[in-house]
Design a protein around this ligand. Sequence first.
Ligand SMILES: Nc1ncnc2c1ncn2[C@@H]1O[C@H](COP(=O)(O)OP(=O)(O)OP(=O)(O)O)[C@@H](O)[C@H]1O
Ligand SMILES: [Mg+2]
Length: 268
Amino acid sequence: MEQRGPSEPQAPPAPAPPQARPEFEVVPQPVAGTGGLTVEGLVKGFDQVTAVDRLTMAVRPGEILALLGPNGAGKTTTLLCLAGLLRPDAGMIAWDGRRLGVERSRQMALISETPEVYEMLTVWEHLVFVARSCKVDSSWPARAERLLERFDLTDKRDTLGDGLSKGMRQKLLIACAVLARTPVLLLDEPMIGLDPKGQRELRDLLVEIRGQGGAIVVSTHLLEYIDTLCDRIVILNKGRAILSGGLDEIRHQRNDRNLEDIFLEVTR
Ligand SMILES: Nc1ncnc2c1ncn2[C@@H]1O[C@H](COP(=O)(O)OP(=O)(O)OP(=O)(O)O)[C@@H](O)[C@H]1O
Ligand SMILES: [Mg+2]
């Protein structure tokens, strides 16, 4: 730390450094003492639209939260804000009670709606890239091989990203995100484009990750797929959470109706 004695000649005042723009502003209260991922008062607007409007939600380690809502409800925008790919206008995102800034991508891996892979890297090189950049433990090659097997990609190991079908790209991105072993996994419509076996494998993987204490947020329109999978739900409409909470509790309050019925009722 810089220390100056009293006799040292006074330097002319340095010009004030440009004020770093805060990553985004805190709107409501400080983080509650809950573990896991906490989002409070998240706001993101585009020119004419408030895509996410004061969204508050939480998902604990070992839980799957389903982010639901009609087209344009704000699901993708929320996930992009969480992953650090969009800058929120306001709100707070925290992990384990610690507010996260731009470095939050270290805590969260996002499998995005549009499966974009590196065209000039092979399948295996994608996994090497993730393993090195995320500094995963040295046992990763065996895990990576197993993920390729599960998603029927073993024979595509040396194929360039350019030569993969859409579903294969999606599977590769899932494998990369899972390999990174971030505490939070974000998935935006991950089932679209996956064949039935791929959908089953993904479901099994999510259950395994939950069992290992991962916190998962998955956005989807396939309500029957996640009805028996998710622990909590947030239903968005025009950027606002219109229903949120534990699925069992919500079901109980609504005469044990299934998720699809609940969704259709509240978004009517
Ligand atoms: N880059 C953008 N520029 C302007 N408006 C945008 C942009 N991205 C999203 N929006 C708007 O924000 C709102 C929320 O969009 P978003 O993509 O988050 O919805 P979604 O819930 O993911 O919908 P879907 O189910 O169709 O994927 C929409 O009104 C959309 O038109
Ligand atoms: Mg979307």
